[in-house]
Design a protein around this ligand. Structure first.
Ligand SMILES: [Cu+2]
Length: 122
């Protein structure tokens, strides 16, 4: 009986503590910081969400490029560039400003099928 009271109070303390835990600070990541970088065979972040009119920066490692493709090409791991899409060469340190609210699909040509990512423009 003593044990169960001990366990109950322990549980109560733990529950109370978790409620007092740190809240994530939503203001720590300003919306105008839209930077896509590369790590191993990945783009970071894999999904970037930004607003229309934001500038999206690419900071690519020397063995990576970033080519915009259609959704169908993206799903098929086909690196064919989309018409009037963005294209950043190996090691590019550049940016583009999305002109449409849509999802942009892009790939790193030499590292398909693993290295691809999307930009969601709201
Ligand atoms: Cu790559």
């Amino acid at each position: 009986m003593k044990n169960s009271i001990y366990l109950m109070s322990l549980c109560f303390i733990l529950c109370a503590c978790s409620k007092d835990g740190d809240e994530p600070n939503e203001n720590s990541n300003p919306t105008n910081e839209n930077i896509i970088s590369t790590w191993a065979h990945t783009f970071q972040p894999a999904v970037l969400t930004c607003n229309l009119g934001d500038t999206v920066y690419f900071d690519l490692g020397g063995s990576h490029n970033a080519i915009e493709v259609s959704e169908a090409s993206y799903n098929a791991n086909d690196p064919t560039p989309i018409e009037n899409g963005f294209e950043f060469g190996y090691g590019a340190n550049d940016f583009f400003v999305p002109q449409e609210s849509k999802t942009y699909f892009y790939v790193c040509v030499p590292h398909l099928p693993e290295m691809k990512a999307i930009i969601i423009v709201e």
